[in-house]
Design a protein around this ligand. Sequence first.
Ligand code: G1P
Length: 293
Amino acid sequence: MAAIETVIIPAGGLGTRFLPATKAIPKELIPVGDRPALQFGVEEARASGIRRTVLVTGPGKEALGAHFAPDPRLESALDARGQAALLEELRAIDRLTELQVVVQPEPLGLGDAVRRAAGAVAGEAAVCGLLPDDLFVGAIPLLRQLILAYERHRCPVVALRRCPPSEIGRYGVAAVSGSGPIFRVTDLVEKPGPGEAPSDLAVMGRYVLTPAVFAALERTAPGALGEVQLTDGIRGALEEGPVVGVEYSGRLLDVGTLEGWVRTLVELLPDHPRLGPVWRAALAAHGRSGPAA
Ligand code: G1P
């Protein structure tokens, strides 16, 4: 049984929720502490046993690929300055993944981005999908949790999280059977209107995708927001066989909006090896070292 080797990371969006910061810089390169948001996703995939990344980007977003490629000029400058530790850190980023970039000419939706990667993963029994807007924090990498479910059930897998009614309309939502944490998915609805959500289980941005999903995406018309939705492609795969959902353990931190990015920094930086002490000292200097009473 071949292991899953590849993750598809859609990163073709315009970053409108992050403007003006993302006018010239792809939102996936906005730093979270000492590294860009996208690197967290690639690191999660690597920690889950994935060796290859197909990055689906938009025109003008070449900097995304450059982040994972060697930069000889920078390397020789660091070498000349004797900055060996930093140099090794950069080389470790180059070794994180075997990267292939696919361009999505227009942002026509997540489903469109994923189907553009189909040629790059042809012949693979299953691949992972990861949306880099959410950083995972937890003991077992989230993609790993999904891969374990795939190895048991051999079908598409989605990550599920219970979500309050006020937020559920922002997500794909699953109707399920079974008692969890691994559910059988019976239906999926993208961005349900008020009162239309089939459950409180939202699809979060981690997937295992099989050829049945790619085939369904080929026949999927634009759906919610006028975009081709990955949720609808996975729903189409339900006609071919089962789909499972994993109510995962751990948490996802949103870095896809400015507000979420601020919350994520507040959550992650206190424990950062290099920046944590700086962060805490700066807060203390402003008289805000702990939560308000
Ligand atoms: C996308 C998916 C949606 C999923 C969400 C998770 O929506 O289309 O099904 O629930 O990611 O973050 P977006 O956030 O791109 O609107």
